[in-house]
Design a protein around this ligand. Structure first.
Ligand SMILES: [Zn+2]
Ligand SMILES: [Zn+2]
Length: 126
């Protein structure tokens, strides 16, 4: 299946794991819902999220790969300098990139800021 991605949006080449409690609520921390690359990484984190009454969450694989936002300079759009934000759909990721002021350059890539000196503002070749 081929489809056109919005500028700067990449689908991960793996499917994330997340943690869910037995009541089916997903684990949240200060940055949202944590994602893990492997089941082992998820399993190693369960003790951080143990709660009274509901106990420890269980790793669960998500349904499909997440999407991330990358600028032409290689800068990943993240929150508070932590892990890059993951998005459920390419369309959602594109909307978030726009809300952060990241703009398409015309070559299918994004410019992270007007004063980026890492390559975002180099002329785009046609
Ligand atoms: Zn993810
Ligand atoms: Zn940049």
């Amino acid at each position: 299946m081929t489809r056109t991605m919005p500028a700067g949006i990449t689908e991960l080449d793996y499917t994330c794991w997340e943690l869910r409690y037995d009541d089916d609520h997903e684990v949240h921390d200060g940055d949202g819902v944590p994602h893990f690359k492997t089941e082992d990484e998820a399993q190693n984190a369960v003790h951080h999220y143990e709660r009274d009454r509901v106990g420890r969450p269980n790793p669960r694989r998500r349904d499909q790969p997440c999407f991330i936002i990358t600028a032409a300079c290689g800068h990943l759009l993240d929150e508070d300098g932590g892990t890059p934000m993951h998005h459920d759909t390419a369309e959602e990721a594109a909307a978030v990139a726009k809300s952060y002021g990241w703009r398409p350059r015309g070559d299918g890539r994004l410019r992270c800021s007007a004063d980026c000196d890492q390559g975002c503002n180099e002329p785009v070749e046609d």
